[in-house]
Design a protein around this ligand. Structure first.
Ligand SMILES: C[S@@+](CC[C@H](N)C(=O)[O-])C[C@H]1O[C@@H](n2cnc3c(N)ncnc32)[C@H](O)[C@@H]1O
Length: 251
């Protein structure tokens, strides 16, 4: 799990990269809370520092999370002062919590963290295994097209705080659908480059992976507000349910 080295290294700046106050979090929480029954059970795959899971647990839901990064889970424990989120340390492509949930979701391109199609299918299978009857799997991911088309290396900067910026240098390996992002924090100290390697997948490819795992697409939106998805949508929020065949197998 090469990505875990990355997330252990980014844990201390993750809050600055994705601030807890971002409006997207409120929309994500609303979306998942509406999909789950009252007092339902929700699992976040790649729960990280609890950016979404902690506010979600304030909506009367039982919230569990799974993550492989010790440091991200340490941050979650620090922030979750009321101990509301039940976190399990593990590789979400190979392990489960052993329980089932009304909603299993994977946000913020975390589905792309496993760097092979096979591993991504394994992630889908684990999500399906943890789905309660009538439940939904939700995947948020970016549309790869602009990245897939881009030539050479691209560099952008990200504001972290009045004292710090992050430089993100992105290199796409189109033949393998891989993207290497080198994140470097500049805060007056020694620059700390951290490599993040992801494998992007097309929405139709993700649907096929879902099919292989016994899931079928029921809804696709352009964001957590339920915006209409179209050819120019930069990301998608896709909702899957179990296929009849896989419901029968699990019955
Ligand atoms: C982009 S972060 C997203 C965290 C959180 N979902 C959020 O929206 O802020 C991805 C998270 O997935 C975890 N992760 C990546 N690959 C994993 C794997 N194979 N098994 C378990 N956790 C993994 C990382 O440790 C990291 O915390």
């Amino acid at each position: 799990m090469e990505s875990l080295v990355t997330y252990d290294a980014l844990a201390d700046v993750y809050d600055l990269m994705y601030p807890a106050a971002s409006p997207d979090i409120a929309d994500t929480v609303d979306f998942i809370a509406k999909l789950a029954p009252a007092s339902g059970r929700v699992l976040e795959i790649g729960v990280g520092n609890g950016r979404i899971a902690i506010p979600l647990s304030g909506r009367g839901l039982t919230v569990h999370g799974i993550d492989g990064s010790e440091q991200m889970l340490r941050k979650l424990a620090e922030r979750d002062t009321e101990n509301k989120v039940v976190a399990t340390k593990g590789d979400f492509t190979t392990s489960t919590t052993g329980e089932t949930y009304d909603v299993v979701f994977v946000a913020l391109n975390t589905f792309f963290a496993p760097t092979s199609a096979e591993k991504q299918v394994e992630c889908m299978c684990r999500m399906r295994e943890q789905l309660a009857p009538g439940g939904r799997v939700v995947v948020e991911a970016f549309d790869p097209l602009p990245f897939h088309r881009s030539e050479g290396e691209k560099t952008s900067t990200r504001y972290l705080s009045p004292q710090a910026i992050m430089i993100d240098s992105t290199h796409v390996m189109r033949d393998r659908q891989l993207m290497l992002v080198i994140h470097t924090v500049l805060d007056g100290g020694t620059p700390r480059p951290t490599q993040e390697l992801i494998r992007y997948a097309w929405p139709s490819e993700i649907d096929l992976m879902a099919r292989l795992a016994g899931l079928k697409l029921v809804d696709r939106f352009a964001g957590w507000k339920g915006e209409a998805f179209g050819p120019d949508s930069p990301r998608h929020v896709s909702v899957y349910e179990a296929t009849e065949d896989s419901e029968n197998v699990n019955a």
